[in-house]
Design a binder for this molecule. Sequence first.
Ligand code: OXD
Ligand code: MN
Length: 620
Amino acid sequence: MSLEKILDSENLEKLGALENKAAEDIIEHFVALCKPDKVTVITDAQEDIDYVRQLALDNGEEKKLEMEGHTIHFDGYNDQARDKGNTKILLPKGVEVSKALNTVPREEGLKEVLSIMDGCMKGKEMLVRFFCLGPLDSEFSILALQLTDSAYVAHSEDMLYRTGYEQFKKLNGSNEFFHFVHSAGELENGASKNVDKRRIYVDLQENRVLTVNNQYAGNSVGLKKLALRLAIKKANDEDWLTEHMFVMGVHPNGKDRVTYFTGAFPSACGKTSTAMLPGQTIIGDDIAYIRVDGEGQARAVNIEQGIFGIIRDVNPEDDPIIYKALTTPRETIFSNVLINNGKPYWLGMGMETPEDGMNFSGEWQEGKKGKEGKEIPLAHKNARYTIRISELENADKNADDPKGVPVSAFIYGGRDSNTNIPVVESLNWPHGVFVGAVLESETTAATLGKEGELKHNPMANLDFLTVPLSTYINSHLRFGEYVDKPIKVFATNYFLKEQGKYLNGMLDKKVWILWMEGRIYNEFKAIETPLGMIPLYEDLKKLFRQYLGKDYAKKDYDKQFSIRVDNYLEKFNRTEKIFKAEEKIPDVFWEHLQQQIQRLLDAKKKFGRSTIPPEQFTTD
Ligand code: OXD
Ligand code: MN
């Protein structure tokens, strides 16, 4: 079949203007397979973008809410998070990926997913979209072609990614782009019906991802977590970094400077709220490409231009900027929250919530139980919002700079209730790589499956590691050798608990980040512990007063920053087992692990106790 049979002259012309045979071939192939009734090519023109937004309303994927620009989209009851089980790498012979990922032999997996996709768009409209991952006209950027039968997916992408139609023209016919084919599949009450046939198959060989029978953006939106998987492979092959990281500007009061940080946290562990801290500026909250420029300076870009954020616990006190953004008129897609009288409600929003409404389970009233007999909460824990960063008052002015921003520090943070201290600076770059590689975190509602299980999650990137863990760690180690301006590495933990209660307030992270920023300029001394450098009580006391207007008690500091040696030793014991099961882990990693364990054992012996208060150690 040829495209002339299904595309009208206007759409054919739009496609033809790209002069890209590779793109045309892909479209032709998947039109023939998916058999849509109609194909619409969307350019960067406002009227095309408006068409997509209206289509999402017309076909019922989104509904208008009371506030100007706000819409609601519901994903199916069993389609509320990333589906790791059905996400598989199509593995050609001789290729390896991280052992943590599911794989299927390439030919077998392709056959399976292509047969599921056969006819999946019958009766539907296929949207053909072009986007750019990263700023326009930038060395960092990767172009992407998206085919989808979901106007919600296409609309989300307008908000989350930079336009790419005009950029595709500049490819001069090259096939150097990613492509994504998505179908929500057969729908029932607007939701994907055949979730048992949900497949998210990553084809590294063709730089493409095929995904079907799903709507949740973490599974459906090609440019987000699906492109992340392709980009990690590309970055490792080309010797730069693709990271699950925010990019933010830190602005100390009264000082005329901005210092850029990137930070990796597993999903739902405070990444967005760190990047959105009051007084700071945001570049991105989820995925960064990082390269070293000709002057030996690490530079980062946000591959996105919007936020697909977790809405749970966003309230005026803990996340004031996000809360304000979500409660004022602007283009916003809410997903899987509760709707009552045209207004959205979510868990932890800090106000009275209604007893009924419409949520991800359909009509809902308090006490409603699911099939499994468990009470259905008013909104899903992984309910989300989608907004554009440029509309926020805290958007960083360099967010679209094609050169990226200079990066001074990396942060690694996990959700851990009893071991890691709130903030610690690594001793040097390889130690920092070690610290990132041994990150552990409790699982959250952002992925399907059990919550609260402590899992190893190197650089918060494990779900996306399309190269062996050893390859990835080696890339990080090498990266440090390419930079002339060293990058400091910090580890944070916002989730320490005692008797079930958090030891820190949600905004304490502001103090940690301003301490880290000051360390870049040697403005604070630090205490050298077996784990690295930690803050002095006096400095934190001042910062708490200055930035949060709070007293920081010495006893809180002692509790939060004491080194719980036995817990750390247990952690490193787990780490050792995991890394021993991997192949070709670099020697440097093992040296750091042994030294780390030895420093902890020495301290335990020297001080004769297994919980060591910070002041036992000496200041630099
Ligand atoms: C996300 C995720 O949505 O990591 O960012 O799941
Ligand atoms: Mn993420």
